[in-house]
Design a protein around this ligand. Structure first.
Ligand SMILES: [Ca+2]
Ligand SMILES: [Ca+2]
Length: 403
């Protein structure tokens, strides 16, 4: 009998959507996946059946879950299995997966409050140097985070990111906070560095070596045919004894949700902004070669790129190797450090490189409109800078899609 036809002892009809498993004994509880949130400790019941819980997603049965939580539904056994939906732990301020208490304990996760109408626990995973990532939303943190540490020698801290299944194509790496040394006078990461290995990459998606400020940056890394990626953070305590720390989140991306091919960074939305990796530091990082992709929203005809309005006018676009000039473009004028905005209004291929101190030679407030899809911004810097340059901070650019 299909579960949608079953009735409980209270004569309540079940019409679950996205049904995963349904076992009815005397009273079965359904609840919406949108209700998978930690609840206050005072509202949860004792749960002797924790070991055999099954989450059944339904958008129509929150009322049942509520009545269950208040103990009005009497039953000898409820069989529910948790499906690992994302939950947010207010207690820890971190995301986790909704698991049964036993599964969370077995997986060495941390208790982050209750979820799924208090039937599950929001299981939070953290790891540090030498660890392995095999759960969604795993946080890779420096030792004793959030307390900073001072390395007194060259240290290499590596975490392996394991591919959970074939339908996982990428991992999204969110740099939530970092305190690392920046690049040298050429923008090269010679003291500290974040290195990512194991990905086949392709043009525009090979993760560059990065360092300095990385908070709020995120990148997508392809597994390709590999079952494991590695992320290493080098902190050279011999070159600098400044305090270091990091908190980095890994999220598995299923193939149907993957960032498009060729995109190291990927954003959605009609408007937003993006900063060069390592922004702000002067000079900007060197030896970068990657693409930033913006998903074209339905009906979008073009995209306008301009400097971030909330950033200082002098530093929000500054990619140069010689005297500061506004609105420099073309291949011959931007040989080393530049962004590419494809097929702008002039549609002349040689005019799509931009460098200097402004996107426009007329006013730094003016931007560049591109009609080329997919919407993307290519970023390229070499490994050389002219000494005694001030500024040269890279970019913070905002985009707005036009409909
Ligand atoms: Ca430069
Ligand atoms: Ca350069």
């Amino acid at each position: 009998m299909p579960c949608s036809k079953l009735q409980g002892p209270n004569h309540l009809s079940f019409t679950p959507n996205n049904l995963k498993k349904c076992i009815i004994l005397e009273c079965t509880i359904f609840w919406s996946s949108s209700s998978l949130q930690p609840v206050d400790n005072s509202t949860h019941l004792s749960r002797p059946w924790d070991n055999s819980l099954t989450v059944i997603n339904s958008s129509e049965n929150r009322e049942l879950a509520t009545s269950f939580r208040h103990g009005r539904c009497l039953f000898p056994l409820v069989v529910v299995r948790f499906s690992g939906d994302t939950c947010y732990s207010k207690k820890l301020g971190l995301y986790g997966d909704c698991y049964s208490a036993k599964d969370c304990h077995r997986s060495k996760g941390a208790f982050g409050g209750f979820c799924a109408a208090a039937l599950g626990v929001c299981c939070v995973f953290k790891t540090t140097c030498g660890g392995k990532v095999s759960h969604n939303h795993t946080y890779f943190q420096s030792r004793n985070f959030p307390t900073e540490f001072q390395p007194n020698r060259l240290e290499i801290c590596t975490v392996d990111i394991l591919r959970k299944s074939d339908n996982i194509c990428q991992v999204k790496i969110d740099f939530l906070s970092t305190s690392l040394e920046g690049g040298d006078s050429n923008g090269i990461c010679k003291v500290d560095a974040v290195l990512i290995s194991g990905t086949p990459g392709s043009y525009g998606t090979v993760p560059p070596n990065i360092c300095g400020p990385l908070a709020n940056q995120s990148i997508y890394v392809d597994f390709g045919d590999s079952d494991k990626l590695s992320l290493s953070i080098i902190t050279n305590g011999e070159a600098s004894q400044n305090a270091r720390s990091w908190n980095i989140k890994f999220t598995y991306i299923r193939c149907e949700n993957a960032a498009p091919t060729g995109c190291l960074q990927y954003f959605t939305g009609a408007a937003g902004h993006v900063k060069i990796l390592g922004y702000p530091q002067s000079p900007h990082l060197g030896e970068l070669a990657y693409s930033v992709c913006i998903r074209a929203e339905r009906g979008a005809r073009s995209i306008l790129w301009s400097r971030c309005s909330e950033e200082d006018e002098d530093t929000s676009f500054w990619l140069n190797e010689g005297p500061v000039s506004k609105g420099i473009k073309a291949i011959k004028n931007c040989p080393g450090d530049y962004v590419v905005i494809l097929s702008t209004v002039s549609a002349i291929p040689t005019t799509d490189r931009y460098c200097g101190n402004s996107l426009s030679s007329i006013s730094s407030k003016l931007g560049v409109t591109s009609f080329e899809k997919p919407f993307l911004l290519r970023v390229r810097t070499d490994g050389l800078e002219t000494p005694s340059e001030d500024g040269n901070t890279g970019f913070c650019l905002q985009w707005r899609q036009n409909f």
